[in-house]
Ligand binder design. Sequence first.
Ligand code: ASP
Ligand code: MG
Length: 452
Amino acid sequence: MKKIIVVKFGGSSLKNKDDLSKILSVVKMYEQPLVVVVSAVSGVTDRLMVALDNIRNLDVNGFLVSLNSIYQGFLEARNPELKARVYEIKDLLQGVRLIGQVPDFVYDRVLSHGERCSSLLLTQYFNQHGFDCEEALPEQFGLTTDGRFKEATVELEVSAGNLKKFFKADKNYVVPGFYGLSGGQMNLLGRGGSDYSATSIGYCLEAERVDLYKDVSGFMTCDPKRVRTVKPVKKLNYDEAAELSYFGARILHPTAVDPVRQKDIPLYIFNLGSFTAIDRPDTIISSNGAVAETVVKSLSFTDDLAVIRFKGSNVGRVPGLLGQIASTYGREGINIKSVVTSQTSINILISSQDVRRCQEITPKMKIAEVENVFYRTDISLIAAVGEGVLQKPGVAARIFSAVSRHGINVEMISAGASQVTIYFLVSLKDRNRALQAIHREFFEGEKHENGG
Ligand code: ASP
Ligand code: MG
């Protein structure tokens, strides 16, 4: 029996009627049965978010009329079934408007509604245009999560059992991305979560491949907005792709690689805008990632970062200190992205949005050994990613001398947390120049004094 392929279309590929016919022509090219995962129409998730944020003043009817017209706008004739789907959140919106606040379970249900409208839209459109398929919803097939709202993790084993029972191997399905369920309640998988839905479903059904259609041409050697001379990256291994996503490359949801890595399922990334053939993706992510000649394959960065530095003459040597800090933050739901320690300081890297909370909590910790706590937010983290960056002699030296030749100060370095990444912090104001310097060093063959 043929293995299925999971194909995902992002919201940026769903802007107008032309996009639908393009998507249709793509799905018709496959010979295998497909599970098509779909995001909300471009901009809809943000609209739902704004509506919930201003729930007390929301004109529920006006809002639903405009949401319905966005979705109906894709079809030739008005579609009552689709309208009924759009209006499914009406009672919910009116209810939360009355009480004036939005409980988590309502929030996740409403925010994922754009996806449920998309899946019905696509199902209807496909069936009207000669591509037979059935809609399947996560609440029907049991995509199960850990129950966390907004940023849930998929329980892959439980889900696999459920999905294998539900999906028939010889049929096409259309599925809304972005959420799973726990105890009957919907949980979002984080922004951009439809990628993660697609790879999770790929895992559960042991797909031959997962194909993600986006509006960018896969991974690049750097963000084209920061470096003009970027080149495409054709092949990445799972670790490289995961690290790049974790450290700011906005191409993939940061958790999306995990399910396909576990089952060694190749992940293809296509730009729908420049699509040519289903065996010609822009980037292939697999266990066959091939070590690059340049060793470094790509640079990514994030500005969504702050450092909390606990200083004290002995902090690096006191057992249990780090644990105390980490568990206090953990209890408050603050995610520690990384930790760098030395004899005299413990540096905790967190998301910028958590700084305020940390400033409230930290003074209450009362740790005798800590003399001072400093906060830095005007920083950026740069990650140089490639299999071998840590093993191959001289790679780190090339990175740091390229940066220092441009007079940029490296604030903190960390390597070793992952086998494929060297990362370091620079001042926010130096971020672009640092990226350009390293990019030139590895990808543009710049000649410099040391002859390197
Ligand atoms: N629509 C959701 C978002 O905008 C999920 C996705 O696009 O993958 O984050
Ligand atoms: Mg999106």
